[in-house]
Design a protein. Structure first.
Ligand SMILES: [Fe+2]
Length: 280
């Protein structure tokens, strides 16, 4: 088939134009669209030894809000509304509420204060909270009725304990103290901001499920290569559900971003985990 010179030029221009748009569109999408484009992750988590009355219990999870110069309150508000629409039985928050300054804590906590679940709302702190003012962040959350678990545990409902360690990166985590009051036979859920702490927790053997964030999934996940950049203590388990010995670990990609404020193939997530009894 012969192609006229005019048609060849026309297709060449279309090709150049499409490539140009693609080059411009990729960064614009990563900077303007995907960081705000929340998705809901529903995950079934099998736990050995889960009492029958807890089978089907649904845990809502938000992590890494990073409210601050790069993440407006509207993003926190949208995440809260999406999670609340799922009516979870229990809600867990796994740290990094603010970026840059604890002055953002009251407005972040005010949005999180709208969360409500029959068995309560529990939180641990993250490294970014410690890099501002952890006391101010914790008190802002507590003032909204959120229980901040810094190396302590509470019985959320009969037979189900929620424990939290303080930040691992800042060497404030004390697993022994966090689990001290948990009866040996009760299934415990541990909130720990940094997911790679899970190897130590699984070796301890007392925790059924660890919930974490921190990695943001890498924020950018390239085809074939995956995330080119992951943070310290967020490299081994960057996202999703992992089984580590007898323990399950779920890692959220989080709600907010740190600089550079982009996401690509790594949408911010609101998570709902449904607990199921599983064989040992
Ligand atoms: Fe974070």
């Amino acid at each position: 088939m012969r192609v006229s010179r005019r048609r060849f030029l026309r297709w060449t221009l279309v090709g150049v134009g499409a490539t140009g748009l693609g080059c411009l569109g990729g960064p614009a999408y990563a900077a303007l669209i995907e960081p705000r484009w929340l998705t809901l992750e529903r995950v079934e988590v099998g736990l050995a030894g889960l009492p029958a009355h807890l089978d089907g219990l649904r845990i809502g999870l938000l992590s890494d809000l990073h409210h601050g110069p790069l993440v407006p309150t509207e993003q926190v508000e949208r995440a809260v509304a999406l999670l609340q629409s799922q009516a979870p039985d229990l809600i867990c928050l796994t740290g990094d509420y603010v970026s840059g300054s604890a002055d953002f804590a009251p407005s972040c906590a005010a949005e999180l204060g709208r969360l409500d679940a029959p068995h309560g709302v529990y939180a641990c702190l993250g490294n970014h909270d410690h890099w501002t003012d952890p006391e101010q962040v914790a008190s802002a959350l507590e003032s909204q009725g959120i229980q901040v678990l810094r190396n302590r545990a509470v019985e959320a409902t009969a037979g189900l304990w929620v424990a939290g360690v303080d930040d691992v990166w800042e060497r404030q985590a004390d697993l022994e103290t966090a689990l001290a009051e948990v009866p040996p036979s009760a299934p415990a859920i541990l909130l720990a901001h940094e997911p790679d702490f899970a190897d130590e927790v699984a070796a301890d053997g007392r925790v059924a499920l660890q919930l974490s964030g921190h990695s943001h999934g890498g924020q950018v996940r390239l085809p074939i290569i995956g995330p080119p950049i992951l943070p310290y203590l967020g490299r081994k388990y960057p996202a999703g559900l992992h089984r580590i010995g007898p323990m399950q670990l779920y890692v959220s990609r989080g709600i907010g971003v740190i600089s550079p404020p982009v996401r690509f193939r790594c949408r911010p997530e609101v998570s709902v985990l449904e607990l199921r009894s599983a064989p040992p």
